[in-house]
Design a protein around this ligand. Structure first.
Ligand code: DC
Length: 223
């Protein structure tokens, strides 16, 4: 069986950063499942599809022509050959992704694609339903949270570093709305798996969280 670590939690809890750090350290594969919902949202918007057209969006998700290329500075994401690494991170794409992710057909369409990432020597998968739906047999499941204010602060800093000016209050509202949508949808809502370990990272540094999870991984997988 392929060893799998799942990291689920609300937007901006630091799952992506931590998943990357752990995957790099262990030399395991990585699945950023949110990027698949973001790619579906971006593709739908490029094709001018309305969010009411669930059938067409499901078809799009099923046929998504996406490529992940490993680069020294992180993953490069290509949609139909176009580099969309930056474009999918935009706030409005995230909000649209959250809406697209509530569609049962879209989740079903992306399921096999996500499970294909489970390859030797191991996988670190981050998202909302990695431990509950996509990899229910994973040996190490983490549910990572941080206060909405702290998550908005982190996002604000990231955007500021990129030279993008945003209003922090608007970011907090945005995050809360997205959490609400993700936690209250009918299919695969954001919720901890019964066997998940809770980790509140509000007052922890990236290094502290990474070290704690690596320690857990070493124990669980006898590394
Ligand atoms: O993690 P993220 O912000 O890139 O995810 C974008 C949206 O995709 C998020 O609002 C909810 C959705 N998502 C999901 O429903 N299930 C996942 N496993 C990952 C993301």
């Amino acid at each position: 069986m392929i060893p799998i670590i799942t990291i689920d939690g609300p937007s901006g809890a630091g799952k992506g950063t931590i998943a990357q750090a752990i995957a790099r350290e262990l030399e395991w594969n990585i699945l950023d499942s949110g990027s698949l919902y973001r790619l579906t949202a971006l593709a739908a918007s490029k094709e001018g599809l309305s969010l009411d057209n669930e059938e067409a969006i499901e078809k799009l998700a099923r046929g998504l022509a996406v490529k992940f290329e490993s680069m020294p500075q992180g993953l490069k994401i290509l949609l139909k050959g176009e580099d969309v690494t930056e474009a999918i991170r935009e706030e409005q794409v995230g909000m649209m992704a959250s809406k697209v992710a509530a569609m049962e057909g879209v989740r079903e369409a992306l399921l096999a694609r996500q499970r294909d990432f489970a390859k030797a020597p191991g996988l670190v998968a981050d998202g909302r339903d990695m431990g509950t739906t996509v990899f229910p047999d994973a040996l190490l499941k983490v549910f990572m949270t941080a206060s909405a204010e702290e998550r908005a602060q982190r996002r604000y800093k990231q955007l500021k570093e990129k030279g993008i000016d945003v209003n922090i209050a608007a970011l907090v509202e945005d995050l809360k709305l997205r959490d609400e949508q993700d936690a209250n949808r009918k299919v695969s809502p954001l919720k901890p798996a019964d066997d998940a370990i809770f980790l509140d990272t509000t007052s922890m540094s990236i290094e502290q969280v990474t070290e704690q999870l690596l320690e857990l991984a070493r124990q669980r997988f006898s590394l």
